[in-house]
Design a protein around this ligand. Sequence first.
Ligand code: ASP
Length: 290
Amino acid sequence: MYSIILHGGASFKKKKEVLISLKKALEAGIEILSNKGKAIDAVIESVKIMEKEEIFNAGRGSILRNDGSIKLDAACMTSDLKVGAVAGIEGFLHPSEIARCVMERTSHVILVGKEAEKFAEMHGFKKENLYVPERLKLWEKVIRKPKEEIEKIRKDIMETVGCVAMDEDGVLAACTSTGGLFFSLSSRVGDTPLIGCGTYANSFGAASATGVGEDIIRITMARYCIFMIEQGKSAQEAAEMAVKELDEKTGSSGGIVCVDKEYNIGFAKNTDFMPVAYYLSKNDKMEVLP
Ligand code: ASP
């Protein structure tokens, strides 16, 4: 038995092509899990597919910061509390894989900035150009716009990607990858690479969150979700409670996907859209939803 669920960010704007990419990413995860592969391999592979697409705010297609730079954050974690993350790195298509490398090759949890880039290069990752015309044009368009207008645009492009899964061996894994918030300070780090905030896994469940990182951090949203599962809630109840907590405590927007140790999945949002794709082998159920 295995389960997998992934998201393409909690946005206010719908993009049709997202669902096609999400399905492709889901199928890549299923391919691994159905061949008795590991949850960590499945979540990284699914996230890598989304990082490669231009339509998500992760890897290629990441949004620009206020100074025109692209800064990437990513994290991964498994149910045995193994964890790795990178923050504020530039020019790598697959920060998710670098996060995994931190997890497997170091005794540390998070590596940041230029030194993290050196670490990645030392381990064979190559830099590349991640700028796509649409994101660049948007940045050029807003440079002289008032702050309020930029914040409105920002809400439309919370297109962070994340995936959680449980494999045949009962191991859970989570992975989240992002370019952060549009037009934020370039040194800003969001929730995605912070363990328990945007990404979390333990023996009870795994979760990946999306939304305004500052507010997700304030309530340690992913850990909150899994803690609810620990307290006996179902995965779906836990996801809903995490979004409610975000809403009530911060008034902010976001969403979360999770899987529990019984192979059940949950997802919730308080934004207009959060594309989600999942597959549950126990009842052979697949859905791709906006
Ligand atoms: N949570 C991400 C961040 O604040 C943004 C997103 O979900 O799209 O960096």
